[in-house]
Each structure stands twice: as structure tokens, then as C-alpha cells.
Ligand binder design. Sequence first.
Ligand code: BGC
Ligand code: NOJ
Length: 811
Amino acid sequence: MHFGFFDDKHREYVITTPRTPLPWINYLGSESFFMLCSNTAGGYCFYRDARLRRLTRYRYNNSPLDQEGFHFYIKEGNTVWNPGWQPVQTELDSYCCRHGLGYTVIEGRKDGVRALQEMFVPVKDDCLLVRLTISNETGRETRVSVFPYIEFCLWDAVDDSSNFQRNWSTGEVEVKGSAIYHKTEYRERRNHYAVFWSSKEPDGFDTSRDAFIGVYGSPARPEAVFGGGCTGSMAHGWQPVAAQQFDLDIAAGKSASILFGLGYIENPQDKKWESPGIIDKSRAEAMIARYADDAAFDSALAALKADWAQLLSVFSISSGNEKLDRMVNIWNQYQCMVTFNMSRSASYFESGMGRGMGFRDSCQDLLGFVHMIPERARERILDIAATQFPDGSAYHQYQPLTKKGNLAVGSGFNDDPLWLIAGTDAYLRETGDFSILDEQVPFDNDETLSRPLSEHLRRSFRFTADHLGPHGLPLIGRADWNDCLNLNCFSEQPGESFQTTGPNEGPVAESVFIGGMFVKYGKAWAEICRRLGLSDEAAEAEKAVAAVEAAVLDAGWDGKWFRRAYDAFGNVVGGSECQEGKIFIEPQGMCVMAGIGKAGGQAEAALESVKALLDTKYGIVLQQPAYTRYRLELGEISSYPPGYKENAGIFCHNNPWIVCAEAELGHGDRAFEVYARTAPAFIEDISEIHRTEPYVYSQMIAGKDAATFGEAKNSWLTGTAAWTFLSISQAILGIKPALDGLLIDPCIPADMKGFTAVRRFRGATYRISVENPNGVQKGVKELLVNGIPVEGCLIPPADPGCIVKVVAVMG
Ligand code: BGC
Ligand code: NOJ
């Protein structure tokens, strides 16, 4: 069942009912000011950090759901409604929400009155812009009262939702003209405030929630709207809000529009005050002036659209398959930008209060983002590396605002260090910019411990090489990629962290998965050493890699697939001798991607086992059989009911590893089949089962052991975005940035006749045409670059500005 449709021309998903299976959201903003915006205008705003600089409130586990946002109440006669149906839920005569790239437009109609709500965050500015246009289609003149409403958050979202004894006394606002200033804590240590404004002088306002909503009211029934209008209240403590009232008399056939904004302003310490107790508003007023009229609003929106068109022009394809094209050209790349920005911090499943930026997460996000804005990727790599510990291990998470490691979670996730090599390697391939390796980067954010980035990578590599267990496989620590495989933590008390309770480094528990990673990214490190002229170090690294590769093929091999791990007692995890959890997806994907067992047939066998034992109609499950009871020695993985999350859910993140692995072996049909099974546009038809947004990936789809098989959760913020983009663009379509140029090496379904692609790479534009006249799955038999045949699949980088015509004939 569909709840909307893709409008590829406008790069939008158009939602045609407000009653989507769950709120379907969009992200407005892509650098510092953000709004999560649902299809009914629910959501919240923050500046840079959803925990530390939350601008508006949101209640995640509310019932009814999704009541807070940027809402307009429209009142005509006795009828009150919202353009997006929520929160009043008055039945609309028509409804439509267009989620576009960085903007959302919601339109509702009721009794001949049409309300159009356009929302976006302008490029490089710290505000949300909103325009409301009311059109009178009743055929008579009518009075429409309009009430915008937001509820402020007192900045620190954790404190805001817990420290009521203090917070209910701190709230402060100012009102000047048509602007409402939220200045809680500005009197003391903050030098930032929020400003809500409108382009028209309102007929009334409220800044106290009790006055506007009512102590016992709700966003679905604000007392001011249903009663006699706004009261002019000033918030003193309690809940500061911004609400206004506009009484519009609109002639038949006419429209009226008002512009609104919500801005974040920082003042220099010595320019905080205009006069004692009165905040300096000059920056806010300048911001308001920037967007004073429709022309300014329209041109800022046009600039945003142009920005996205430019970003997406770096990589686009035309394959004849509209679902594939819309995933590759629009939505997958859009999600890569969002995951790059948010890491795993703020979505409708991530509260913005729990997790900041993940070390491994952000490193992986780079893989799908680096081609879009390499400069931002560069900065990110340096930020991440600065949180690394001197011994090469890493803080598992850090806060985006402070860029400091998160002490509560600490370190000890032994895959983390290697992801830094993965992310940096992707950057080097994309840009050829080896100067990044010379950048001085602190360890543990301590400037006195600064060393070149290359030294950080070296310590990442060495950390793994020097922490091997009894079988010669890498020690797992608190967990590896699978955060829930907690082989050294034995948590028996409810509420304890599965990951951080107990020692972070057992002397015995080992990970075959990290073994695969070490082979894959250890080879990348060795190659980097070679480019740096460190040939002895390169050879030594290769020796260490070969030893781990041998261990993977020995203690890590089960006969038909790669084992998952050895636990703290030396028992096999993910082997045929296990009753449950016999086979896991992660080592099959990672080891084959690393090329392990390619020559000896183990790679083929492992992928056949995946197909035979882990495939389902909705994707490949993480492991089988699911754990049916809690196992102290395995940890959180067995805490989930069978079929959910890491306990045999379909983890979308490692499905593309299988895609890449299949492509590594030349299996184009199977690679594409696995790709399409979880790709959102390909499963739009089952939106009522899938439930999350049909335009982006979710982290997890309930597996076959679950009662709700096929139901997705944790949409948007998942490494799936980057890895699926890598799997489709590099493994299947075969357009791979390499240190020495651009590789063209597709692995496609036999019945795919070919495709064309445009790829900007190191400043040159490649117009690529892949032809598959003989219906093969892999192999380029002829490569023409500007009409000249080239040996092999590699195109050396062209001069910036050049247009390069590439024809690759498979066969
Ligand atoms: C989830 C994992 C996640 C971890 C983060 C677990 O509860 O299942 O997917 O990585 O929390 O701490
Ligand atoms: C989600 C986490 O963000 C990611 O870091 C982890 O690898 C997966 N869950 C699997 O546990």
C-alpha cells in the first residue's frame, strides 16, 4: 500500500494522507541549524547539537504521537484546523506534504480555505524560515484567524526534561514588535538566544504556555485558539512559548501570506546587552531583515534548491530503471548527507540526548558523503581523529558541539580504530589529497599531544595488530561493529549498560569480523605507507595482515562459513557447533570484501551459506537461529526478542556488505537482488508493513522470527545510507575512486543492457557509458577514454575542468 508517491522531477516524496503508518520526517538544514520536520509539521529545532543546544521541545513517547512542532492553527468561524492535520486532527478536505531536499511544504484545505506552509533552513544561515499562505476559495469574503505556535526548550535537552525544580523558575522572554525572544539563562553564562519572528505585526501574542495552551489544555486544544484569542502573556519561569494571532480578512479569491522565522543568535561576550537586562538584538534584527519579504524568501529557497542540484550533480546515473535512478540520484545521497550531519544523534528514534557522534558511525558515513563535499569530509576526519587516544583506541562517541569524547561511554570498541583508516582511505581515493596525512591532530583533544594524521592511522593499525587473542584473531573489547555482542561484559542487573559494564578488554574474546576488517583496511594502510615512501613499514604491515588472514582462514573458518567470534571462555560464536547463532552475516560480508578465501573457495562457500541460511523475502537477517533466551556470555544481542535488532533482525547496514562481497566474486545478479530487497524505492508497495519512510533506509527490519516480520524501525540515521551508496555506486555500477584515478569495473545483472553515468572526480567530469551487449555480469573488455582504448579499467585523473568521455564495453 502507498501513502504517497515519488515526484522525481522535483526530487520530492509527496505524501497524500497525514495518517502515515508513523510520522514520516524530513531534515531541514545541513550545517548548523536543523529542524526535524514530520509530514504534519511535527518535530523540533536545534543548533549544531541536539542535546546541548535544543531550541524547541519534543516528547518522543507521547500519545498521541508527534504533537510538538511548528504548527499553525487556522480558525474560521468555529472550525479550528491545521494545514498538516496535527495536532488538532480536524478532518481536512485535502492534504498534501512534499518532502524535498532540505525543505518541506504542507498544504491543507478546509471548507474552501487553503493553507500552504512552506518550511526550510536557508543555506549558511542559522534559522528556519516558514511562509504561510492562506487562500480564500470560499467564494465570499471571510475572516481567518491564524495562530503560529512553538514551545521553547531550555537549551540542554536532558536537563530540560528532568531538572524541573530549577527550570520552572528560569524561563525568560522579551517581546519587541513582531518578535519574541527566548533568553532563558542569557543573564548568566549563555550568550545565545532564540528569536521567533513574523513579517506582520500580530493582533496578539502569548509567551506563556499556560496562557496559550492552558494548564490542563493540550496542543490539540489550545485555550487561546478555542477561546477568546491570545492574551499577551509574558513567561516568567514555567514554559516559554512563542504564539501569535493574526486576524485576516480575505476577499473572495484572494490570498494573504505571512513570513515567519526561528533564529539562533550568538552575541560576543562584551556585546550581550543593549541596556541592563535587555538583550542586544542587533544580530537578530539583521537576520530578520535578511528575509523581510517574499522575494527574499523565494530567493533563499531557490538558492537551497540550486545547492542541492549542484551537490547531486557529482554523481548521477540513467539506468532505465526509475526506482534505481531515484535511489542513486536523489534519496540515497540525500540520506548520506543527513547521516553525515547527524551521525546517530537526532531522529525520531534517536532522542538527540543519548548518542552524539559515533566514532565508527561517522567514519563510515564518510564513505557515502566524501564525494559530495570533500572539504567537509576532511574537517570531519580531523575532528574524529582528535578524539583518538594515544594508544590508538578511541572514544566511541563525541559531542558535536564540543567535539570532545563522551566519557560516559568511553572506549574499548575494538573495531573503532580501523574505521578511521577506512574513512581516511575513502578521502584519499576521492581527492588524492595526501596533505591531510600531514595535518597535526591532537590525541584525546590535548593539543600538546598533536601528531600528524598519518601517526593516528598508524596507531589505529597497531592497536589491532598488538591486541590479538589466543587464536591470533583481534580481541573484541567491549564489542565490535555489532554493539550488542558483548563478550567481555556480564551484565546481570537491569539498567546496567550492556557495553560498559565489566572490563573493556578481555584477554581472550576475539572477533573474526575485526579480523576481516584488519585485512581489508590493513591493506589500505600498507598502500598508504608505500605512497608515503615507507616501504619497510608497508611490508611489515602486510606481514601482520597476512598473519591475521591466515588466522581467519584457520580458527575463523567453520567449514562452510566464517565464524563470528570466540567468547571469553574460548567458545565459538557463530559456528555449526552452536545451538543458536550458528551463522552471522558480518564476517561473511567483511571477510569476502577483504578478499579472504577468494582463492581457496571459502569466499564462495560463505556467500552460499548466507543465501541458504540467512535470506528472507525482506532482506538478509543478521544471524540464525535467533537467540531464544538471555545469555550472559553474549550480552545485549540475546536481550532482544527473536527477530528484532541484532538478534536476527534484518540489519540493513550489513546487507550491502553482502552486495559488495557478491560483486567481489562477480555475481552481478545476486548483488543486485540483495541490493533491491531492502532499497526503499523498491519496497514502497509494502509501506503498510514496512511503516517507516519509503524514501530512506531504516537501520532494522524485523526478521522472520519476529511477529512483525517486515516492519522497519530506526529510520534515517544508519550506516546503511553510506554502505548502500557504496554498494550500488562502486560495487554494482563499478565507478570506483582509486588512489591513481577512477576505476570502471561494473558488476551488474546479466539482463541489464548498460547505463550511463556522470561523475565529477577531482575537478574533471566523466561522462560514462557502460554497455553490456553480451549480457555478462562482470568484466570490461574494452575501455575507451575520449575515444582512445585504454588497457585495464583505470582512468588516470584528468585535468580539473576537463570533460572526459568514457565508454566501457562489458564482455
Ligand atoms: C542497539 C545498537 C546500538 C547500541 C548503541 C543498542 O541497544 O541495539 O544497535 O548500536 O545500542 O549503544
Ligand atoms: C547501530 C550503531 O550506531 C552502530 O555503530 C552499530 O555498528 C550497529 N548499531 C550494530 O550494532
